[in-house]
Write a protein that binds this ligand. Sequence first.
Ligand SMILES: [Zn+2]
Ligand SMILES: [Zn+2]
Length: 241
Amino acid sequence: MKVRKITPSVFEIPLGVVNAFLINQNELTLIDTGSRQTGSRQTGSGGSTHQLIQAIEQIGRVPGDIRHILITHCHADHAGGLADIQRACEATTYMHAADASMVREGKALRPLTPAPGLLNKALFRAFIAKSPAQITPVKIDHEVSDGELLEIAGGIQAIHVPGHCAGQLVFYWPQEGGVLFAADTASNIGWLQPSIAYENYEEGLRSLRKLTVHPFEVACFGHGKAIRKNAVSRFRQKWLR
Ligand SMILES: [Zn+2]
Ligand SMILES: [Zn+2]
């Protein structure tokens, strides 16, 4: 597992099929936690938490430095590792109310359908249909609302983007060129595209259009490679036409 530096302070941590992110300033901020399953095909041996801790050490920090954990949505590949990593630090946890209520009860999934297209149907059957519906229940300290400015890393704006998941948030950090932590609103596996699965596809497209007002140079995805330049132009080309 190799941590990737995306901007001077933003690091991408590949955890099998999913990415988590760190903002490395005086305080350490973690965005998403990977899934918990140990030794599974998704996370490799050791599970996400072990890999997360390794990643934090690779950049010269320790888990106790994490002050804030932002969770984009309740799916097991994003929130499943939260209970474990919380034990290694004393961070405040943040999530949208619609998904916080799920995670507190250990629920990780509402019914999903594949995005349009045969490839999405096949990928859905291979990966999403078997997604765990349960995770370890965990407390969420702060319920975040749409547009809220969080006093984290000099100011991070949360944007509510339902569609893939009713309580999904993305986080816009205006520093270092403007970085959007785009969660599963879209993916960039091979090319920029919608996610494989949605609770409501049309709503997901509306959420993607909503993001294009923010001048982000960099976009980081739950699945796929970060876009490091002109990211918002790519979003506008794709979803505003
Ligand atoms: Zn998801
Ligand atoms: Zn995901």
